[in-house]
Design a protein around this ligand. Structure first.
Ligand code: BG6
Length: 479
């Protein structure tokens, strides 16, 4: 018998406001931290910005029509906080609220289940200016206020909500390697404190959500790169445990258990950088942990862990943002771990390891450690695509990538994992934050590059492939 996914499985695709919407200063939107950050020379590939992005703000009906034609079951997108509250709080901007209302209605009309991310990295600049954004605990109430406003506004229409996207990435890039706003380097203590504020914002939001939409589903999306010890030397096995406590469980344990991993906390405490956690914080975190419905997972790659001597590599190392293979550098925590490449696996042009079975591994780890349902909120391949003179895009490499990952996901389900959704990254091509427009992820090609373009949409081969996967509920997936 052919394998399929469980009935009502949500075959989906995802995006984020800053990466697709454009219209950065229209209809009363306030500026976000990203609107400001991209203006700093050298921060993004060829100084690209999301000011126009792929103009989804004006073309959302065309984009949703393409989703409907494909048969997409769920569309995950984010709401820009600075559109709803141009100042981060205070008066609501009704014009922007209407935009999201129309987008949601358009999805519902087309039987596409909306899945909303509250925070996909774009913070109202007004809050950054007023109190340093996530650095101040003041942000917690402002976030909860923003979130609860949306819960009331879209109650009855939106059932699936994601509080924060990849907290581990935006905080690391914002306060450790300076590549995202606010562009700070090695502010380790602040980095953990900022994370603590994000955890509390997430937790208080989850608690509020359950009061407003008790039947709805909520969780956070974590960028999970499961780790493999480089070999069976005990020193490397220990490095793997330490790595997981600091880089994976540090987030997932808080979402699922409401507490930090004890060993990781002890290490950071000794280093003098652990966050301050009050009794009250702990009870809030624990209450939220008992209420979350799923673990959201953005899966792109696995990592290898090896012991890193005290004079070894540090957290700062060049990242490949150009698509020139091999230009990324090894990073790590001196005296604890480092992440060398995996010689058994291929990589993308941006040096991201391609490891389909890592997705199954991730699901099994989450299932055994947390016993939670799983939403794969992102998975996809960033690649150079070419449009032929016949306006076709033959992205067989993307089909192979996605097929292999879905195959492993189906295996995970067969092995007992409860998986509710699989969202590819992304539906249309979009701005890849630091990597410009040349790193493409979509099923739908958007005619634009770093300089501009017509913004016309073209279906790639992968579009038709996914359409069949959805139609057959996975039966067309091959080994
Ligand atoms: C995730 C983000 O980190 O991965 C997305 O949630 C992002 O917003 C995606 O675009 C791919 O990363 P990148 O750097 O290739 O755009």
């Amino acid at each position: 018998m052919e394998k399929t996914m469980p009935k009502n499985f949500l075959w989906g695709s995802a995006s984020a406001a800053y990466q697709i919407e454009g219209a950065y200063n229209e209809d009363g939107k306030g500026l976000s931290n990203w609107d400001e950050f991209v203006k700093i020379p050298g921060k993004t590939y060829k100084e690209t910005t999301g000011e126009l992005a792929v103009d989804h703000y004006h073309r959302f009906k065309e984009d949703v029509a393409l989703m409907a034609e494909m048969g997409l079951k769920t569309y995950r997108f984010s709401i820009a906080w600075s559109r709803i509250f141009p100042n981060g709080k205070g008066e609501v901007n009704q014009a922007s609220l209407r935009f999201y209302e129309e987008l949601i209605d358009e999805c519902l009309k087309n039987n596409v289940e909306p899945m909303v991310t509250l925070y996909h990295w774009d913070l109202p600049q007004a809050l950054e200016n007023e109190y340093g954004g996530w650095e101040s605990p003041q942000v917690i109430d402002d976030f909860v206020n923003y979130a609860t406003y949306l819960f009331h506004a879209f109650k009855g229409k939106v059932n699936y909500w994601i509080t924060v996207n990849e907290q581990n990435i935006f905080t690391n890039f914002g306060w450790m390697n300076g590549m995202h706003p606010p562009g700070k380097h090695n502010e380790e203590k602040l980095y953990y404190q900022v994370n603590h504020h994000v955890f509390l914002a997430h937790a208080k939001t989850v608690i509020a959500f359950k009061e407003i939409i008790p039947d709805g589903k909520i969780g956070a999306s974590f960028a999970y790169s499961p780790s493999y010890a480089v070999d069976c030397q005990p020193v490397n096995a220990m490095a793997k445990v330490d790595y997981d406590n600091l880089k994976n469980y540090w987030w997932m344990d808080v979402y699922a258990y409401g507490r930090y991993p004890r060993n990781g906390y002890a290490y950071l405490d000794k280093k003098g950088v652990a966050p301050t956690v009050s009794q009250e914080d702990t009870s809030v975190l624990k209450k939220a942990a008992s209420l979350i419905d799923f673990m959201g997972v953005n899966y792109y790659q696995t990592s290898v862990v090896e012991y890193n001597p005290i004079d070894g590599v540090t957290q700062s190392g060049e990242m490949n943002t150009t698509g020139k293979k091999g230009s990324g550098q090894i990073t790590g925590e001196p005296g604890v771990y480092k992440n060398p490449p995996n010689p058994h696996l291929e990589t993308t042009d941006w040096d991201w390891t391609i490891d389909p079975s890592g997705l199954r591994y991730a699901c099994k780890e989450i299932t055994s450690r947390y016993d939670l349902p799983i939403v794969i909120s992102e998975n996809g391949l960033g690649a150079f695509d070419e449009k032929t003179s016949e306006n076709e895009i033959h992205d067989d490499y993307r089909i192979a990538y996605l097929n292999a990952h879905v195959y492993e996901l189906m295996q995970a389900v067969e092995e007992g994992c409860e998986v509710w959704a699989y969202c590819t990254w992304s539906f249309t091509d979009l701005l890849s934050w630091l990597n410009g427009y040349q790193k493409r992820y979509g099923f739908v090609y958007v005619d634009r590059d770093e300089e501009g373009g017509s913004l016309d949409r073209y279906k790639k081969d992968s579009y038709y492939w996914y359409q069949e996967v959805i139609r057959t509920n996975g039966a067309t997936i091959t080994k």
